[in-house]
Unconditional design. Structure first.
Length: 538
């Protein structure tokens, strides 16, 4: 499993979490619970032109910038419980070596060519202007302030020379154009194979992802891609000249491979080849829609061109989370920073809200009022209240004496347990099809149904039926803890522990945990979720 590599110098915002990292983590945790061998990799993208630009603004080197910011990114992910097996870096020697070897192979196979190209050059700054060094208007949709990489508005794949009314990002000057020698990845030669991959494997992608990719291929075709950049920060290849490196998107995608190598160098288990070169491996990539074409076209093309690599079987592309109706943007500061949000909201509450509004098929919208309302209503008043009520009743009425073999469950109680197990089946189905938001809704609705049943059954008024009522609710809480585990792992284990279970959900796994019967419930249940004060402002 891969999650899109974040730029090293940019803190992560809520949109990144809800659109990429939380859905990926939920799926990874679910797969592990199902007993699958999972390797979940990510890492900071440190070789982009933006890294150079940001370092210059701070009067430090790109290396110093990367060294300072990588730990900050890693810490935020840890606090949020994102369960990467490794969080690597594309500035590490193992990545540079991977890129060198990969492009040597492409060159040997005749998939690298060279040509004279016109490149924007800033006379005032005295340098070429690739990618984020230049800004202008998108030639496709007309959006202003776009860069020579991809358009944030329409997600079209751009080249610096295509921008309308271009300006130097550093000084604002209008560039001139110079002719230089660049190297190209011969995408055009791979068009039939890429199209075959998309039309076969892509049928299992989200419809919007597949349609946009096919539309691009039919409209634009596959043109040879310029993979040379005229600066000296980043991986090189054997065919490049002095002061030239591989284009960021043409090398950071290989970061998924080098991250596995990085992990393998410190873990005495399967070799990296078993993950990337075994055709039976299922590779799942999570990303936002602004990175769509790089993953649905460029990445498969690179792997196909090299040969021997397993191809992504699923590319999960999510939409954006908006703020006040506009896309969150780190470059414009229009964001909800995760490190700030973590200062005022519990990590599990943040995970819940991110999953609850995950922008799977359309853009969603962040609202502080909505976050507070959902956390207070869905978690504190619904899930947390249910757990507390049932455990208090178990101690008060049953005194911890639970003997399910002696109980006679009526149809309502059997239906309640059946409902819970049915929800577990539905959650499995939804997570297998990457519908995180829908799966979580089933979990929350299960707690609501249990609260409704408890209110109607009123075991405190019927001493004869009380043991069966309470036991069936304890049984439901066990199922609830299991299906909640991929989303809120810490809270799920707390529920599980308060049910008297000695082995954790993680140890038991999904199927065995679902079959486990309640043990001796906690005599003093703890509050699971604290409410966020309505007056508290982010």
């Amino acid at each position: 499993m891969t999650a899109a590599l974040p730029y090293v110098y940019q803190p992560r915002h809520f949109g990144h979490l809800a659109g990429v990292y939380l859905p990926a983590d939920v799926y990874a945790r679910y797969c592990r619970l199902k007993g699958r061998q999972v390797l979940f990799v990510c890492g900071t993208d440190e070789n982009a032109a933006t890294t150079i630009l940001q370092a210059r603004r701070q009067s430090i080197s790109p290396r110093e910038l990367s060294d300072a910011h990588h730990p900050l990114q890693e810490e935020v992910f840890k606090r949020l419980g994102i369960s990467f097996d490794i969080f690597s870096r594309t500035s590490r020697p193992i990545h540079h070596q991977t890129v060198w070897e990969f492009y040597s192979k492409l060159d040997e196979k005749g998939l690298i060519g060279s040509d004279q190209v016109r490149q924007p050059f800033c006379e005032k700054c005295g340098e070429y202007l690739p990618d984020r060094f230049i800004t202008g208007r998108c030639p496709q949709c007309g959006a202003e302030d776009q860069h020579g990489e991809s358009c944030e508005a329409c997600a079209e794949w751009l080249d610096a020379s295509e921008l309308v009314d271009p300006r130097c990002t550093l000084c604002g000057s209008k560039p001139i154009y110079r002719t230089v020698q660049h190297f190209f990845f011969r995408l055009s030669e791979l068009r039939p194979r890429v199209e075959e991959y998309v039309r076969t494997q892509g049928r299992g992608w989200r419809r919007r992802t597949y349609n946009k990719t096919i539309s691009w291929l039919e409209r634009e075709g596959l043109k040879d891609k310029d993979i040379t950049r005229d600066y000296d920060w980043g991986p090189r290849a054997p065919f490049l000249g002095p002061g030239q490196v591989i284009y960021n998107w043409a090398e950071n995608l290989l970061g998924y491979i080098s991250a596995v190598k990085d992990w393998g160098s410190s873990v005495a288990t399967r070799e990296w080849q078993d993950w990337w070169l075994d055709p039976q491996t299922k590779i799942v990539c999570f990303l936002g829609k602004d990175n769509l074409f790089f993953h649905t076209i460029l990445f498969p093309a690179l792997l196909l061109g090299h040969g021997g690599y397993a191809l992504p079987s699923q590319i999960v592309v999510n939409e954006f989370v908006n703020l006040s109706g506009e896309k969150m943007s780190t470059s414009r500061g229009h964001v909800i920073w995760l490190h700030h949000l973590l200062d005022v909201v519990d990590p599990e509450a943040i995970r819940y809200y991110a999953a609850a509004i995950a922008p799977e098929n359309r853009d969603s919208n962040f609202s502080w009022e909505d976050l507070v309302n959902r956390v207070n209503t869905d978690l504190a008043d619904n899930v947390g209240n249910l757990v507390n009520r049932v455990l208090v009743l178990a101690e008060k009425v049953l005194k911890g004496n639970i003997a399910p073999d002696d109980l006679e469950l009526d149809s309502d109680q059997l239906n309640l347990i059946g409902l819970a197990l049915g929800v577990s089946t539905q959650v499995e189905k939804d997570l297998e099809s990457f519908q995180t938001r829908k799966a979580l809704a089933h979990v929350v609705n299960l707690a609501r149904e249990a609260n409704r049943y408890l209110n109607e059954a009123q075991p405190w008024r019927d001493s004869r039926r009380a043991p069966a009522i309470i036991w069936s609710l304890l049984r439901l809480l066990g199922v609830l803890a299991v299906v909640l585990s991929p989303f809120l792992p810490t809270s799920a284990e707390r529920i599980w522990g308060q049910l008297g279970q000695e082995r954790s959900i993680q140890e038991l796994g999904w199927d065995q945990a679902l079959k486990s019967l309640p043990g001796r419930p906690s005599r003093e249940p703890r509050i699971l979720f604290s409410k966020i004060p309505l007056h508290q402002a982010y």
